[in-house]
Design a protein around this ligand. Sequence first.
Ligand code: GSH
Length: 227
Amino acid sequence: MSKLTLISHHLCPYVQRAAIALLEKQVPFERINIDLANKPDWFLKISPLGKVPLLRIEQADGSETVLFESSVICEYLEETQPGAALHPADPLARARHRGWMEFGSSVLSDLWGYETAEDAQQLETKRKALAAKFETVEAALADGPYFSGASFSLVDAVFAPVFRYFDLFDTLGDSGIFDGLERVQRWRKALCERASVKGAVGDDYSSRLREFLRQHNSILLRQSVAA
Ligand SMILES: N[C@@H](CCC(=O)N[C@@H](CS)C(=O)NCC(=O)O)C(=O)O
């Protein structure tokens, strides 16, 4: 048995993917949250890109390996850990899922611009980009409740942290991003009810995200306070 440690950050959506995969597979792991604004030396020594997540694997023989990049970590867990399969068995379906995982990363990039926008014009540009991306997702979704139907997959693990942002954003105003997207809305609801998704962040996630917005002078937050 190897010991797994997920080097994390409280808010990071990429960390959440790996945490969700671990929880889905019911693999015991330790989580260490670090301060990304003040990265510890031990972390910088083992993180080639200076980013979380990292997965540290300590083998029974005392050897230690550190993996970086959330998709690599998720694929490794899928290949090595027992428990529910999080990729389809069919190679073509699996390749398609990997494509949508990448799509999820591109949504996260727009989300970063959205939540850190300091003026209304920037915010609107990113709002439109996000709305367009979710329209594309709507067309890719089947009957649900999850991305590919009844079974939860890594695509679900990628999008659950994306939707989680909107639990707070929706309290700040109506973005309209999901308007008319019935499948996306149903998917969002199914994901937020999943135990692994709930367990991937701490109870203080929402207050930490709000504080993140404040620190970034986010117009999203300022608009809601002014309203
Ligand atoms: N492509 C990476 C992205 C990870 C990432 O961007 N992590 C952020 C936190 S959410 C980070 O560590 N940022 C620190 C930095 O860039 O200095 C992955 O999938 O793991």
